[in-house]
Write a protein that binds this ligand. Structure first.
Ligand SMILES: NC(=O)c1ccc[n+]([C@@H]2O[C@H](COP(=O)([O-])OP(=O)(O)OC[C@H]3O[C@@H](n4cnc5c(N)ncnc54)[C@H](O)[C@@H]3O)[C@@H](O)[C@H]2O)c1
Length: 255
């Protein structure tokens, strides 16, 4: 018996990092996993790892016509939509208001915030019809504390945190639970900036590890976060909505 037996779960950004880990974990827990990813190579690789329970679709989450068609096809083919994990995002790190552009701002907000709204808008009617559903947003500690080099990313993640509450209130009457997860540092391709893995720099090792600015003394791995997503998708989470779960090794608990 898995925690998600027979559940139809959609995950955006499924091809690597946290999205991949969530997909593998969901499949292990018995779910039918709908993988949404714009990179066809990583999409195919994760689908092959999962096997029979994988339903891969190449998708740029800002292509709303295609997104809508996929949601309709999934609902018709698999009969329902139980969970949406809004995970896909980009991080234009090293950009500040002094050197970024309006185009870059718009692109980040489009992928990291607007597509979260649109994906949720596309699945919510199916969940409302079922009177059952889970929407899980992947935010970031950058939604409420800034590293100072990616303002559009921070703005999008802060927007997600606020919108989680709004959606929870709007959708509660339909028994749709809406929650968010805020990872801290995670070792994924996103955390490699200009070819350097941020968790291997001398600063990181001295400050976050050596001085225990991260009390658990290490970076996080996707597997450290995906279990929290599984909890939010599972029957163990049934009276909690509008919440943000911070999964950061204790980073935000110290100063
Ligand atoms: N890595 C970290 O340190 C960290 C920290 C906090 C929060 N997060 C959040 O966790 C989530 C996963 O991040 P990650 O580290 O696994 O990132 P990642 O860059 O390793 O993976 C993101 C995936 O999303 C896909 N993607 C990006 N834009 C897309 C689009 N328009 N349409 C479809 N797919 C798209 C990418 O192709 C990639 O497969 C993101 O929401 C990110 O903001 C990451």
């Amino acid at each position: 018996m898995g925690l998600l037996d027979g559940k139809v779960c959609l995950v955006t950004g499924a091809g690597q990092g946290l999205g991949r880990s969530v997909c593998l974990e969901m499949a292990r827990e018995g779910a039918e996993v709908v993988l949404l990813e714009r990179n066809p190579d990583t999409l195919a690789a994760v689908a092959a790892e999962i096997g029979r329970q994988a339903h891969p679709f190449q998708l740029d989450v800002t292509d709303y016509d295609r997104y809508g068609a996929i949601v309709a096809e999934v609902a018709a083919r698999l009969g329902r939509i139980d969970v949406l994990v809004n995970n896909a995002a980009i991080n234009p790190a090293t950009r500040t208001i002094l050197n970024d552009t309006l185009e870059e701002w718009r692109q980040t907000i489009a992928i990291n915030l607007e597509a979260v709204y649109m994906g949720s808008k596309l699945v919510a009617p199916h969940m409302a019809k079922q009177q059952d559903g889970r929407i899980i947003h992947i935010a970031s500690i950058q939604g409420f504390a800034s590293s100072g080099d990616c303002g559009s990313y921070n703005a999008a993640k802060g927007g997600i945190i606020a919108y989680t509450k709004s959606m929870a209130v709007e959708l509660g009457r339909h028994n749709i639970l809406v929650n968010a997860v805020a990872p801290g540092f995670m070792a994924t391709p996103m955390s490699v900036v200009n070819g350097v893995d941020e968790a291997t720099t001398p600063d990181f090792l001295e400050w976050y590890v050596g001085r225990r600015k991260i009390p658990l003394g290490r970076t996080g791995y996707p597997e450290d976060v995906s279990g929290t997503v599984i909890f939010l998708a599972s029957g163990y989470c049934r009276y909690m909505t509008g919440q943000l779960l911070v999964v950061d090794g204790g980073l935000m608990s110290t100063f």
